[in-house]
Design a binder for this molecule. Sequence first.
Ligand code: PGA
Length: 258
Amino acid sequence: MMSTVQDAGVAHMPRITVVEAYDGLSQRAADVVAEVLGEKPDAVVTLPTGETPSGMYKELVRRITSKELDFSRAQFFCLDDYLGSTPEDDASLTRWLRSEFLVPGNLPEGNIHYMPTTAEDPDVAAAGFDREIAELGGFDLAVVGLGPNGHIGFNEPGSLPTDPTRVVDLEEATLSQSAAYWDGKATIPTQAMTTGLGTILKSRRIVLIVSGKRKAEIVRAALEGPSTSDVPGSWLRQAGNRLEVILDREAASLLTIK
Ligand code: PGA
């Protein structure tokens, strides 16, 4: 069961899709990826890491393996990673992404754009990353998750909707989220490199996926609270109808419009 709230006929408002449970969220997110690639096989996409997109990746790999989906011409950009981390490190979002999606999905290595987290000059490299995205025509699709503190990628509270890809300091809340994610087994760097909100907001299509009751309050703040740097996710609303928010019932439970 899927319900879509188009925000009472206001065409420029984000589309909010509420599905019953996590599996529906994964299916819907995979459907959007497939739709974008169906229209443009060499689309430029960025997809997130974390617990939330895990089901979407399983579904994408299933579709790629069964030849329902062709990802071989897409240009894939990593969304974020810890500064200085390499895929050999315990805490590496790139390593996670490789094992969950890039390798089983058989993406051509030449089409994958890694975060330059080990560059000698990370600031210059981050600017180069944005330039590369722009030279390919910008993102056709950005799928992102929402952190417990409202972050998008690693655009932490304090981030602006114009921010470029850059090096950021991670907040305590993100460091504990990360530590829990790696079962406390990895040392989490206190800095990261993230695709900027400004870069994400230029995307032709943006999908925000959020699951579970523990995110219900931050979902409400991001979608119904003021647009503020305190909740970076709230800036996504600037994308208007280029944004689709996919929520399961629990994540949507505190919204007034649902
Ligand atoms: P999660 O992370 O999917 O692991 O909850 C989302 C995020 O922090 O962007």
